[in-house]
Design a protein. Structure first.
Length: 319
């Protein structure tokens, strides 16, 4: 499959931009700025361009601007894909899925605002919505990453008859989703307690979130084993250069993430470290998608990553 270099470069740029938007969204949550625009959406304080009187309004409004630009970038990606590639092409499908998850991402963000699941709202509904938001964000990144990979010449996935490689990768993906949801709920608890100043003795839900915090590092070690197994299996049974590179990279990133998680607990989750932690999590997810794309590529095709491994690594250094 021949790649379109300019399209691939733009697609990787869209991936990187979305990682930045995700990290900025975490900053909005961690600083309790989610209500900076009130309960208005898409307007901010009832205006197209508000007159900010609080720093929270500036933070939230800037997040809405960057989110809107990310949406427009995915629209451009979709249009470009349909103009540059023929009907039925895998890149078109990737761009269409990217658009679907981006629209869903925007709707979830709007729902969080309209339902007032922002700032220091304490409710079970907010925890559920945040976990769901994380899952959709991961699916969006996966779709964008595959679109960029296929755009540079990567081959379509062959999901059937992949044996242990397929099953271990599937387990790693499922584990990462569970870990991500656990992290989103843990981060909510940190925001309510550390930023909002809500004591666990004052609210039973906050107390529950604090008690559940210990589960996140336990899940992280279990998922780490799944990711390591998937990487080892892929490197052993799919010994291509890209598979080897992505396998080693994801193991190194995950070890670093475990160290960052330990530091996050020791320092009581400072905002800057929460952002770094999320950026690395997003990068691990992207590299896992690339590992799967390289390991599960259709066997009857020549992978561009074998001929141009440096190009294949473009998507692994986003954050």
């Amino acid at each position: 499959m021949i790649g379109n270099r300019r399209f691939a470069q733009f697609a990787w740029g869209v991936v990187a931009a979305n990682v930045l938007v995700i990290v900025w969204g975490a900053f909005v949550r961690a600083t309790g700025s989610g209500a900076g625009c009130g309960d208005n959406w898409p307007l901010c304080q009832g205006e197209v361009i508000p007159r900010p009187e609080r720093i929270e309004t500036i933070i939230e409004f800037s997040h809405r601007i960057t989110s809107g630009l990310a949406l427009l970038a995915v629209v451009a990606l979709l249009v470009w894909a349909f103009r540059a590639y023929p009907k039925g092409h895998i890149v078109r499908k990737g761009a269409a899925f990217s658009m679907f998850f981006m629209v869903l991402e925007a709707l979830i963000g709007a729902a969080l605002v309209l339902l007032e699941y922002v700032a220091f709202n304490v409710s079970v509904g907010r925890a559920i919505w945040m976990a769901g938001h994380l899952v959709n964000t991961f699916l969006l990144l996966a779709a964008l990453t595959l679109t960029a990979w296929w755009g540079q010449g990567g081959q379509p996935l062959q999901l059937r008859r992949q044996g242990a490689v397929g099953w271990t990768l599937l387990s790693a993906f499922a584990g990462m989703l569970v870990l991500g949801m656990s992290g989103a709920i843990t981060a909510l608890g940190d925001t309510l307690v550390l930023t909002g100043g809500i004591s666990p003795t004052e609210n039973t839900l906050v107390a529950t979130l604090v008690e559940l915090r210990i589960l996140h590092p336990i899940i992280a070690f279990i998922v780490g084993a799944l990711v390591g197994l998937a990487a080892w299996m892929a490197m052993r049974r799919r010994p291509g250069r890209a598979t080897q590179q992505f396998g080693r990279l994801i193991i190194g990133l995950y070890v670093m993430q475990l160290l960052l998680g330990s530091l996050n607990v020791a320092l009581k989750a400072p905002v800057w470290l929460q952002l770094v932690h999320l950026a690395v999590t997003s990068t691990i997810w992207i590299v896992l998608v690339l590992l799967a794309a390289a390991a599960l590529a259709r066997k009857d095709a020549v992978k561009i990553s074998e001929a141009h491994p440096s190009v294949a690594m473009q998507g692994s250094t986003l954050a």
